[in-house]
Ligand binder design. Structure first.
Ligand code: ZN
Length: 250
């Protein structure tokens, strides 16, 4: 399954013209790109497209009421082929490469001409454009100046820049105080709704309940209370198995 945005991009790219929200949805469903979730996928796609198009680097452009098209690509032919060359070089290499190395290989294979004084910088710019504008871009940046293909399963194992404690805290989806996980409880809309709580130097991500409680008491006290309550709570007992019904007396 694709996201609505990815599906819309594909449908519009195929159409090469403006398409109505209704048609985007019906074509995407017909192709099995999206599953219609909720009452009105057409309304949903309108919402995501409007939101996406507000980004100046968005590939989507409103072409009339409930009508969308892709912005004219800024790329000239040679620039498109630079992007394509990068894609092919990475596919061949099968591992992340620095953009200078991608450029070297592409020139050696005659895929791109060493035009201008800085083909490597041009290539990096094209890849950057693609990653910004194209929701189904094949590229992903895995380190400074180093790119991989999204389709590679091991991409995430490439040593990434050290995560700061702050970033880790931000990624947490369970409350640092009570352990409640809104993402698990509410699904997608519960994602990233935890609130920042400064405890000394540490930044904790906590749920709304705990935020209210922390106005009344300290984190240490609140955690102790929660632990106490958990301890006191009766252990869950497996429900008794249904007894075999006795044959009714006649
Ligand atoms: Zn909490």
């Amino acid at each position: 399954m694709m996201t609505y945005l990815e599906a819309a991009h594909l449908i519009l790219a195929e159409a090469g013209a403006a398409v109505s929200e209704e048609d985007i949805v019906s074509r995407a469903i017909a192709k099995g790109l999206i599953k219609p979730v909720g009452k009105s996928p057409v309304k949903s796609i309108g919402v995501v497209l409007r939101r996406a198009s507000q980004n100046p680097t968005s590939a989507f452009e409103n072409a009339g009421p409930r009508l969308w098209k892709l912005k004219e690509a800024l790329d000239t032919d040679s620039q498109v082929s630079m992007r394509e060359a990068a894609h092919q070089i990475l596919q061949k290499a099968g591992r992340p490469l620095h953009y200078r190395e991608i450029t070297r290989r592409a020139i050696r294979l005659g895929m791109i001409r060493p035009e201008g004084r800085t083909p490597a910088l041009t290539l990096r710019a094209r890849m950057g454009d693609d990653m910004n504008r194209n929701p189904v871009t094949p590229f992903v940046r895995v380190a400074d100046g180093t790119y991989a293909l999204k389709e590679w399963p091991l991409t995430s194992k490439v040593p990434a820049a050290k995560k700061t404690a702050k970033a880790t805290a931000k990624k947490r989806q369970d409350c640092a105080c009570c352990g409640f996980n809104p993402k698990k409880a509410y699904g997608e809309i519960g994602e990233d709704i935890l609130l920042k709580h400064k405890d000394g130097k540490a930044v904790l991500m906590i749920c709304g309940n705990c935020q209210i409680m922390l106005k009344l008491t300290s984190l240490v006290d609140l955690k102790a209370r929660l632990a106490e309550i958990k301890k006191a709570a009766p252990k869950k007992v497996a429900p008794p198995k249904a007894r075999a019904t006795k044959p009714a007396k006649v």
